[in-house]
Ligand binder design. Structure first.
Ligand code: PHE
Length: 491
């Protein structure tokens, strides 16, 4: 195997791949449900604040760091200071956890793809999702058994990841030419259908009307930052890894800006499609918009199938296209996640991409089966909450501190300016040194405090301790171990 680093074909290929990693289920599945739970319009303000104070500055930082140091997250942090390698592994470890539960949503999508043939959800979309697809138990304490068709969905997902990743990053340049534009066109279609349904306007006004009183709730701020990190694939080593496949002269700042805006624009757009549908559901059920569904995490699996039912013709065809779209949307984020972790291993131990992909999947697949059980939905919910709202936010905070104080950030800014189309002012340094870390620290502390007074979604304490804190601690131990192990190459 050659020692030359994999490269993107061209600048558009890099930007598309970065958008492909960013735009994913986070936009059509996670954003709408988090916004719904956080009071619709009340969420948009912290969300956009988070985008400009943390999202975009951090995206520039990560892409730039990968490009400058030519390594994935663990190697990049080790190059800054050998003692920081463990942090790099922990961040990259978060992406390994995410891909394991992310594959669950893709497994649901496979099952829906099959049911599209008969539009099997046509009687009651909400009930269909909870009972017939998930066979949901009463809570996380009741795990039950794996649901066989979800296991099949899971298998299909991992096989797809395997097929794409075994050839490495070069393949990605080609795959994203299709998987990025296609879903956008489909979303537009869903949106038009949604907006023309009766009641849509109530949903939209819930989505766009900010309730200023809710802004006092630190939960909402934490969720906004967590969502921004998740959606832009930040603080998980992904963008550092992707940046590392860029050539030495590649442009950074403008590419990061384009990626960030394209991603959040997509979420905002997807929000209209989902909320117009919620308005419609509210009208037929005679309920206010905030009470329409209990699906939470599964919101997208209730509203989009509903939209499909309401299409005037070709429902089956659109059902198929929609779930294929969801799968293609998710798959490019899934392999980006897996890559973020395995690039670290490759940098340190020089294992081939083929063996790495296989090794990773052999471990990840059995673990992911937990999420296919009847209680799996709740465990999925717990892990998603902790990894995004605590894991990514903690990693984001530490990353600011490391780059802001232990690295020559002014020199880094000058470097970025020497290769980029847009000049970064001192504001960028200020953001990363003061604004972002202080905001993150405050909301983190406040939320950790609330976490110890009540439990998330009233789940039993031991389940959130195990699935939430337990996962984060387990990966910290693993990260320390990987950092200590001696590699083949000096990182
Ligand atoms: N950004 C992806 C999405 O929105 C998910 C993701 C998170 C991908 C973190 C990579 C890293 O779906």
């Amino acid at each position: 195997m050659s020692n030359k680093r994999d490269r993107w074909h061209s600048r558009p290929a890099f930007i598309l791949a970065a958008i492909g990693s960013a735009v994913g289920l986070g936009n059509v599945w996670r954003f709408p449900y988090v916004a719904y739970e956080c009071g619709g319009g009340a969420f948009l303000i912290p969300y956009f604040v988070a985008l400009f104070t943390a999202g975009i500055p951090m995206l520039i930082l990560e892409m730039g760091l990968g490009q400058r140091l030519q390594r994935g997250a663990p190697g990049a942090f080790a190059a800054i200071n050998k003692k920081l390698e463990g942090f790099g592994w922990w961040a990259a470890g978060l992406s390994a956890v995410i891909v394991i539960y992310y594959s669950t949503i893709l497994a649901w999508a496979w099952v829906y793809l099959y049911h599209s043939l008969k539009l099997a959800w046509s009687t009651d979309v909400d009930h269909f999702f909870a009972q017939e697809v998930l066979q949901r138990s009463t809570g996380p304490a009741e795990l039950g058994t794996p649901v066989w068709y979800l296991v099949v969905g899971m298998l299909l997902t991992w096989s797809a990841i395997w097929l794409i990743l075994r050839k490495g990053v070069r393949n990605v340049s080609k795959v994203v030419m299709i998987t990025v534009p296609l879903p956008l066109a489909l979303l537009a279609l869903m949106l038009i259908r949604g907006l023309t349904l009766p009641g849509a306007i109530d949903g939209i006004s819930y989505y766009l009307t900010p309730d200023f009183s809710r802004l006092a709730d630190p939960q909402i701020w934490l969720k906004a930052y967590g969502q921004i990190f998740f959606s832009l694939s930040l603080a998980s080593g992904v963008m550092i890894g992707y940046g590392s496949f860029l050539g030495r002269k590649a442009e950074i700042t403008n590419s990061a800006l384009i990626t960030g805006l394209a991603n959040c624009g997509t979420s905002f757009f997807a929000g209209f499609a989902v909320f117009s549908m919620l308005g419609y559901l509210a009208q037929i059920q005679g309920l206010p918009v905030p009470e329409v569904t209990t699906s939470g995490t599964g919101l997208a699996f209730v509203t989009y199938p509903m939209a499909i039912l309401k299409l005037p013709a070709l429902q089956v065809l659109f059902g198929l296209i929609f779930f294929i779209t969801l799968l293609t949307l998710g798959i490019d984020s899934a392999f980006a996640l897996q890559e973020a972790f395995t690039t670290g291993i490759h940098d340190k131990w020089k294992v081939s991409s083929e063996r790495l992909a296989m090794g990773f999947i052999m471990i990840a697949f059995p673990i992911s089966l937990v999420f296919t059980t009847q209680g799996g939905y709740y465990w999925f919910d717990i892990v998603d909450r902790w990894v995004c709202d605590f894991g990514l936010v903690i990693a984001g905070f530490l990353q600011c501190v490391i780059i802001g104080y232990l690295y020559d950030i002014q020199g880094f800014r000058k470097y970025l300016n020497s290769i980029s189309e847009i000049r970064l002012g001192n504001w960028w340094v200020w953001m990363l040194r003061f604004v972002t870390p202080i905001v993150l620290l405050v909301i983190l502390v406040m939320n950790i405090k609330t976490e110890f007074t009540g439990t998330y979604n009233d789940y039993p304490r031991w389940t959130t301790n195990l699935g939430g804190w337990g996962t984060l601690i387990l990966f910290a131990v693993l990260a320390a171990f990987l950092a200590k192990a001696s590699g083949k190459r000096k990182v």
